[in-house]
Design a protein around this ligand. Structure first.
Ligand SMILES: Nc1ncnc2c1ncn2[C@@H]1O[C@H](COP(=O)(O)OP(=O)(O)O)[C@@H](O)[C@H]1O
Ligand SMILES: O=C(CO)[C@@H](O)[C@H](O)COP(=O)(O)O
Length: 572
């Protein structure tokens, strides 16, 4: 192993805290993780990383569990023999939108952390609220209605902040906190996002909110590069704006550089070098687009608890049904994002209705067999109707449809004669149709951002390459369907550490933040020069297939009509 500097990246996601250590040449040196259910289900009464209060649509995680996980993941990293003393910089990511409410005691507690005791023992009075609202929370419809109306329309809110109002966006969550739990709001000295919360622990003081993650709050004026005064007034009422500004803090416009040195706690307890620097942490999706040098016409499909579709683009075309966020490292660039709540867990529900595979080492074997044995749209012969479905165990984000399962058929040739099928069809078909339906939704909503690939101008508009990351990226059958539906002129690729992409993006971000020549050396220049494609990614599918790609195009209109029909019924 080289004696050169190492960089540590974290990802505080829904179900795990992951850590990855890389060298300056981007080689992965060590990895460790805490799995919240496996490590803490009984202690913190969580399932899939969260607790829920169905009556109010609240989904939240105990902050203490996150705090305890930091000590545990570092202990595991040390036990694996990672040369912690060589780590020069730390960054990372947190699930987007989640907020942590610090008490007035937080700053002093963070400053005097003693390496002889655990973080949890010393931070017990640092929080004004023991939970952190999770991105799956859907308790804020009233607040969303206020946000959507406040600037005149959903489109106006999207123009200003990159997104229309969403249940999980932190501005709506803070407004609800002020109304529903006023005592918590008034006891709160500072508010962090999951990303800046994690950075704060390492910094030993409250870290500022990151310039990309701040665009997941519905409070940041993207063009003006400042908090949106009118939306702060909505959240805190006019007289409360100075207090809210204090709670939120200032946001540095640069995603690079150092926020400061590491807290002595980590030097004492784990042997970090006292000169190790903390770079700004960002959201998990922004960190994902930093896990490889992503070109403007490439797309990432992240198959984690949520499923997301991400692109790096210089154009800003906000729309209420998707998100534009500041790029985490490149000023003037944006991250286009679609986020689906019914991602990994919805696929697991369909999987679990199928017979268990004989070989228990791969719980996905039966599901995958049915995905691959079922032809596109389950059209087996001429005249068969195409199957379409929506599988939402949780209320969905795009489109904003209540929980439920819907099955439709239409003419395969042109999507005409769309009809709801009241009876279930065989569960075997569901395996393919759920994956197709997730990919169809992504294709429908990214149409205006993709173009005819320069390398193959004879092909229809589609991404140049599609990269798969997240836990589900290990699944070859899902990769095949993504290629069938979304294309990919140069194919579909999987990141070798695909399950750890957000943490890897965090580690790359630390490297860039601390090794860049000056603030003009871009992330893509620096990382692009060191990135060895053949060592980092694998081609897992050919992507575009002539005929199949078009067969999905034939039913895209019917898919959109199906969503609209369900949306209308759901809202009447
Ligand atoms: N082989 C596989 N096929 C499909 N899905 C998988 C596979 N392995 C893991 N997953 C899914 O990955 C999800 C976890 O992904 P991960 O990116 O680690 O999530 P998060 O970052 O949200 O904690 C699980 O919900 C699981 O369903
Ligand atoms: O809400 C969003 C993005 O807007 C989610 O993508 C969260 O950021 C959580 O991601 P995972 O835990 O599924 O990685």
């Amino acid at each position: 192993m080289s004696g050169g500097p190492l960089y540590l990246g974290f990802d505080l996601s829904t179900q795990q805290l992951k850590a990855i250590v890389i060298a300056s040449d981007l080689k992965v040196i060590s990895e460790a993780k805490v799995d919240f259910d496996a490590d803490f289900a009984a202690k913190y009464k969580i399932k899939k990383g969260v607790q829920t209060n169905e009556d109010e649509g609240e989904v939240y995680a105990p902050v203490a569990m996150w705090v305890e996980s930091v000590d545990l993941v570092l202990t595991r990293l040390k036990e694996k023999g990672c040369p912690i003393d060589q780590i020069k910089g730390i960054s990372g990511s947190g699930q987007q939108h989640s907020s942590v409410y610090w008490s007035e005691h937080a700053e002093s507690a963070l400053k005097k952390l003693d390496g002889e005791k655990t973080l949890l023992d010393q931070l017990s009075n640092a929080f004004a609220y023991e939970f952190t609202p999770n991105w799956q929370d859907h308790s804020t419809q009233t607040e969303c209605d206020h946000f959507d109306a406040h600037l005149g329309s959903k489109q106006a809110l999207a123009d200003a902040t990159g997104s229309s109002a969403h249940h999980r966006f932190t501005g709506t969550q803070i407004l609800r906190m002020r109304r529903r739990r006023p005592e918590v709001y008034s006891k709160t000295a500072r508010i962090s996002l999951a990303s800046s919360f994690l950075a704060s622990l390492f910094l030993g003081e409250i870290a500022p909110i990151d310039i990309s993650d701040v665009t997941g709050m519905n409070l940041w004026d993207i063009a003006g590069e400042k908090w949106n005064e009118t939306l702060l007034e909505l959240t805190a009422i006019k007289e409360g704006v100075p207090e809210l500004r204090k709670k939120l803090g200032d946001v540095p416009l640069d995603g690079g550089g150092s926020l400061g040195g590491i807290s002595p706690y980590f030097v004492q307890r784990y042997g970090f070098s006292a000169s190790c620097q903390i770079a700004p942490f960002t959201g998990d999706n922004p960190a994902t687009i930093l896990s490889l040098p992503l070109r403007p016409h490439d797309a990432i499909v992240s198959l984690g608890t949520s499923s997301t579709f991400l692109m790096n683009t210089p154009s800003y075309k906000p729309n209420p049904s998707y998100h534009f966020m500041n790029h985490p490292t490149t000023k003037g660039h944006f991250m286009f994002m679609l986020c689906y709540k019914n991602g990994g867990l919805a696929r697991e529900k369909v999987r679990d209705k199928l017979p268990k595979p004989a070989d228990s080492s791969d719980p996905w074997a039966t599901f995958n067999k049915h995905v691959l044995d079922t032809p596109p749209l389950d059209v087996r012969k001429g005249g068969d109707r195409a199957k379409l479905g929506l599988y939402f165990p949780l209320p969905e984000i795009v489109p904003n449809i209540k929980a439920g399962t819907w099955r439709y058929t239409c003419a395969a040739s042109d999507g005409s004669n769309l009809t709801e099928e009241k009876a279930d069809w065989a569960g075997e078909a569901d395996a393919r149709i759920i994956v197709e339906s997730q990919a169809l939704s992504m294709r429908l909503r990214s149409q205006s951002l993709v173009s005819q690939p320069k390398s193959r101008p004879e092909l229809p508009a589609q991404p140049r390459r599609i990269y798969l990351v997240g836990g589900g990226s290990l699944n070859p059958a899902i990769a095949r369907v993504i290629g069938d539906v979304l294309g990919g002129a140069e194919g579909v690729y999987r990141l070798d550490v695909g399950g750890n992409a957000c943490a890897l993006g965090g580690a790359y971000k630390a490297l860039w933040a601390l090794e860049r020549r000056d603030s003009d050396e871009s992330f893509d220049d620096l990382i692009g020069k060191r990135w060895k494609e053949e060592e980092e990614i694998q081609k897992v599918d050919d992507g575009y297939r002539d005929g199949i790609f078009q067969s999905y195009g034939n039913v895209l209109g019917a898919f959109e009509t199906m969503e609209k029909e369900i949306l209308e019924v759901a809202h009447n």
